[in-house]
Design a protein around this ligand. Structure first.
Ligand SMILES: [Zn+2]
Length: 503
């Protein structure tokens, strides 16, 4: 009975979002209106157990709407509108957050806010659990691998095209504050369940929200109240340090501000962070380089090129990191392929901040987006032989060792594994065609008589190795002796030779 389902949905809202009797009545009428119902007869108060998830709570209402003639494509919009009726207003969420923080601390306040985002299906945990996740063993720190079955992939050309489009729509982008409560369109997500918290970073108004995609635990986004392009400079580093002062148990970083090496949204200044330790952050220093005003500067023991700056004095950490960033912007080293000039700037950094007790750490991942005839998608981008696995830009998340792979790979890897167990290779098969080289390599090495499990493990190892290779493709200074000598040359340019000898 729809009426019982509506009562259960309202009861779910009362239980999960602590709605008062009055707010529950108010929500009930808003839900009735959305479902085109003009009455809710008296009925028994349904039981809502702790295990009732948002998908189960809302599903019967969506099924009824579908039967009632709502188009299937509109169901996600209706779902967000329904949960939006249950959620407290933005200012109440902000007030509740402040109260929990005052009483129990920032960690508890963030945990509760995260829970609320899951309970309202703003974070669609039911879908995210369908993602396939595993750990790729690797020599320096293991990588985290995810086949993403909940979001479509974009390629660099698509991102560049989106960047060049006139900014005329409303909201201007997916990160604008105007998304708060937005009803959505068929080509734009509904955001009635979005809630965000105010932040002050670098003296400016910013906001904190959780990412609806959750690529790792408590994946968050900080974004400027103003719609303006990504830009990495000293003020970015100040904002990152302000963030980790505000939320010391989170890391926070910014995508680079150039296409190819940046993230998918360059038009709105934002950061990504989270309540977890990323693979890069588990690494030690490969090599200390210098101590500048009590701040340790060195090279992180990672697969791409990371200058790590750490120390307890915030201002000194900021100065040293800014010196790296500025020096890199103006640096060129054609001998190792780092082409860069004021007329054609290709250099930028992906900066990431975190705290370790009293210590501030800034990791500056050196990036360069030059292209060449051999590498038209980017010299320091995933090389063409890896594009069957990943073609998208290597943004901050992957650069730190968490790989988000396109959903098509689930199907395609199954097809490749099939060949390894003896199914005939059909080059016309659209799932196998892009992976011809992979199939040839794997069958040459392992034959075509593997058991199912063995075949799947072999394919997975191939993905693991590919992602490690992609990370190494993005290294502007390679891990070999020549690359490291050139890395030292850059650090010497940034800090001066006398400090360079001080290792
Ligand atoms: Zn925007």
């Amino acid at each position: 009975m729809l009426q019982d389902d509506i009562r259960r949905f309202i009861r779910y809202g009362k239980a999960r979002f602590s709605l008062s009797e009055e707010d529950a009545l108010f929500a009930q009428n808003a839900v009735l209106a959305l479902l085109g119902q003009d009455a809710l007869p008296d009925g028994p108060e349904p039981e809502v157990g702790a295990d009732l998830g948002p998908d189960e709570a809302v599903r019967p209402l969506l099924e009824a709407a579908l039967e009632g003639g709502t188009e299937r494509e509109r169901l996600p919009l209706l779902e967000a509108a329904l949960f939006g009726c249950l959620l407290p207003r933005p200012s109440e969420v902000i007030r509740a957050f402040a109260e929990t923080e005052a009483g129990e601390g920032i960690r508890a306040a963030l945990d509760a806010f995260y829970r609320q985002c899951i309970d309202s299906n703003y974070i669609r945990m039911g879908d995210i659990r369908k993602n396939i996740e595993w750990t790729a063993p690797a020599p320096k720190a293991d990588l985290v691998m995810t086949i993403n079955l909940s979001k479509p992939e974009k390629d660099n050309k698509e991102i560049a095209r989106q960047r060049s489009l006139p900014q005329s729509s409303y909201p201007k982008c997916m990160l604008c504050a105007e998304n708060l409560g937005y009803a959505g369109r068929l080509n734009f997500p509904a955001r009635q369940t979005l809630r965000f918290l105010p932040l002050t970073l670098g003296g400016e108004r910013w906001y904190f929200q959780f990412s609806p995609y959750v690529y790792y635990p408590q994946h968050c986004i900080a974004f400027s109240a103003e719609h303006r392009p990504m830009k990495i400079d000293r003020s970015t580093l100040v904002k990152l340090l302000d963030f980790v002062d505000r939320i010391p148990h989170y890391f926070i970083g910014s995508n680079a501000d150039l296409p190819i090496v940046g993230g998918s949204i360059l038009s709105h200044e934002h950061f990504q962070g989270g309540g977890t330790e990323m693979p890069l952050q588990k690494t030690a220093l490969r090599r200390p380089f210098a101590v500048v005003k009590g701040v340790r500067v060195g090279v992180a023991d990672w697969y791409n090129s990371v200058v790590r700056v750490e120390g307890e004095a915030r201002e000194a950490v900021l100065e040293a990191a800014d010196a790296v960033q500025r020096a890199w912007r103006g640096y060129a080293d054609p001998e190792v392929g780092v082409e860069n000039s004021p007329a054609q700037p290709h250099n930028t950094v992906t900066p990431v901040a975190c705290r370790r007790g009293k210590t501030y750490r800034l990791d500056l991942i050196l990036r360069n987006n030059v292209t060449s005839p051999e590498f038209p998608d980017g010299v320091f981008h995933a090389h063409p032989e890896h594009h069957n696995i990943k073609k998208e830009g290597i943004g901050i998340i992957e650069a730190m060792g968490v790989f988000i792979l396109p959903g098509r790979l689930q199907r395609q890897c199954r097809a490749v594994a099939g060949v390894l167990t003896g199914r005939p290779f059909d080059p016309e098969d659209p799932d196998l065609a892009p992976h011809r080289r992979m199939v040839e390599q794997l069958t040459a090495r392992h034959g075509t008589a593997l058991g199912q499990e063995e075949a799947e493990a072999v394919v997975r190892q191939f993905l693991d190795q590919t992602c490690l290779d992609i990370l190494r493709n993005t290294a502007v200074f390679k891990e070999d002796e020549k690359g490291q000598a050139h890395f030292d040359r850059f650090l010497t340019a940034a800090f001066g030779p006398e400090k360079g000898e001080n290792r």
